[in-house]
Design a protein around this ligand. Structure first.
Ligand code: ADP
Length: 314
């Protein structure tokens, strides 16, 4: 029940980021292929894909660092010009260079001065990343995990509406990974939207509320984590008269949900409903399908498939 009400809340919330058919070519390499996704307010959104799948390219484009070859993106429903909207975005792309001999507080004072921000949020953000106790210790004594957490604190200084993180646990030891995940979840729970790029299924599964799985710049699956995980009973259906097929399927008692997926319909059915039975049902109503595809067994299988594939081509 809790999950359902939470989902309704997410779905009615503002779209923080909308990416529409984004493409990027680097010379001959198609790094992104018509990628579309929506990040709604209050979600921890995972962009999941193996190395080289286009995650950093996507983040680079939406942050205005890389030029797209096609498609578009929009922050906060386009309420503000982009340069103003981007001020509401906190970014952690790689560990920034802090001054080794300065403390956490002094380093954040430098960041605040550079960004034209006040110092009043320094304590709050250091508490958020569990570094307040160590606020006066020089940066050079920090573990990698603490350095990374200080970078998160720096990204939070401007009190952004969304935090963008690229592989935030890269290189950390197990304790550092656990700390960072817990902090990200707490930031999410405090109401901030988070967009997190990661190649680690376990991480996305544990932290995120929504996920987009990408491979070689193409979207494989997207949605609420639990839906994508529970995808055994997901069918993709195509027909010349899609609307008629949709009306027909809506009558089937074992069809739970139907949503358009490009030129196809994504149909969520009860687990025990065979795709042949559905095909027959449609046929008996005088309609026919041009495409019927049972989707993989969810995030894990999708992800295993995509990484296995990459090993073949490596
Ligand atoms: P990820 O972040 O998922 O590891 P990237 O977005 O970094 O993926 O890279 C996507 C693809 O684009 C990869 O094949 C990568 O080698 C290629 N690529 C990334 N940046 C450049 C660039 N500046 N020039 C040429 N190819 C690039």
């Amino acid at each position: 029940m809790i999950a359902i009400s939470a989902k309704i809340q997410y779905n009615s919330a503002m779209t923080v980021l909308e990416i529409t058919q984004l493409s990027k070519r680097y010379g001959k390499l198609q790094a992104l292929q018509e990628l579309s996704l929506q990040v709604r307010q209050g979600n921890i959104y995972g962009l999941l894909g193996p190395n080289g799948s286009g995650k950093t390219t996507t983040l680079g484009i939406i942050l205005g660092v890389i030029r797209a070859s096609g498609g578009s993106y929009r922050w906060f429903d386009g309420q503000q010009p982009e340069h103003l909207a981007r001020r509401r975005v906190g970014v952690l792309l790689e560990t920034p260079n802090f001054y080794p001999y300065l403390s956490a507080v002094k380093n954040l004072e430098v960041v605040a001065a550079i960004k034209g921000l006040g110092r009043e949020r320094i304590q709050t953000v250091l508490e958020q990343v569990n570094l307040w106790e160590r606020r006066d210790t020089p940066f050079r004594t920090y573990s990698l995990g603490m350095r990374q957490r200080l970078a998160v604190a720096a990204a939070l200084l401007s009190d952004p509406d969304i935090l963008v993180l690229d592989e935030p646990t890269n290189g950390l030891d197990p304790q550092g990974i656990a700390d960072m995940r817990q902090i990200i979840q707490a930031i999410g729970a405090s109401g901030k939207t988070i967009l997190l790029a990661s190649h680690i299924l376990d991480e996305v599964e544990k932290i995120c509320t929504q996920v987009a799985v990408i491979k070689r710049g193409k979207l494989l699956a997207a949605g609420d984590i639990e839906d994508v995980l529970r995808a055994e009973n997901r069918l993709l259906i195509g027909a010349s008269d899609l609307a008629a097929v949709q009306r027909c399927l809506e009558q089937h008692p074992q069809v739970q949900r139907i949503q358009p997926q490009g030129a196809l319909l994504e149909v969520i059915v009860d687990e025990n409903l065979a795709s042949e039975a559905l095909n027959r049902f449609v046929f008996e109503q005088g309609l026919s399908l041009s495409h019927l595809q049972q989707q993989r067994k969810g995030l894990e299988a999708t992800f295993l498939e995509l990484t296995a594939d990459d090993e073949h081509t490596a």
